[in-house]
Design a protein around this ligand. Sequence first.
Ligand SMILES: [Fe+2]
Length: 318
Amino acid sequence: MPSAVGQIEVVPLHKTFTAEVRGVDFSQPLPARVIEQIQAAIDQHGVLVFRNTGLDDKRQIAFAAQFGPLDDMEPHIKAGRKMRLPDKEMFDVSNLDPDGNIVTELDPQRLGAMKGNALWHADLAFNSPRAGYSMLRAHELPPKGLGGETEYLDARAAYDDLPDAMKKRIENLVGNHSMMHNRKLAAPDIYESINVRDFPFSKHKLVVPHRNGRNTLYLTSYIHHIDGMSDDESQALVDELFAHATQPQYRTLIQWENNSDLIMWDNTAVLHRATGGAYLTKHVRDMRRTTSNDTGAHAHGMNDPSKPFRQGLPIPKS
Ligand SMILES: [Fe+2]
């Protein structure tokens, strides 16, 4: 049923989370009442799909900024990384190098990042503050049927269904998140020379209350170890929790249909991963992400809130 003027329509796409939002006019700044409706929808559903938004970089940044302060690429710029996109608030999630060429094995750092994104994660869990909302827009999609879908996982439903004994066991455990750990897991050959312990960890509890009151299983492939446990014990518990959380009922795969489709997700409620595909080293897939900082009570987790930090990208030795 079409939405009334000024009203958005929220159509659930899955039993427990994810919805498509229709009736948003992105051709002009969104009024406060629409932002409030989108805020309510993301609180409930965790993932929102907006088709054919018509957004460009500048207007996506302006839209994203209405949901909190935006993170930027400053650590990467300081680390000497050349940027393809002019706005520092726009994260380049494409398969393109800074000159616009499709990434190959000759760019191990970029390839490692792409492989790391295929593992389940919440964006910027290795920072303090962690990320709140991500908005990913398709600027240019590869031909259909060659992959590139994004998969989501309902980390609140997965928590709810844990056995009581497991809930009790993990309620106060603290995970140590490192971007380098994820990269090493995904591309051990590229990151062979890197010792994860040479880099800072961001500490977040495994169970974090969401702003709507429900608990989230804040379980990411960035978790290198858990405080008070050996590396082997930590990995065994992380594996056990992932075996539970990645069951089919908690997951949904979203197809990118049109250039300017945008997916907004709440990193404090859901996990996600890139699925890769045959397009990867053959066809342009230009995806652009804005990311707001979490501003809630658990934004800094168990880190010192007076000392925010972000993990830059070291250059692996060739
Ligand atoms: Fe991501």
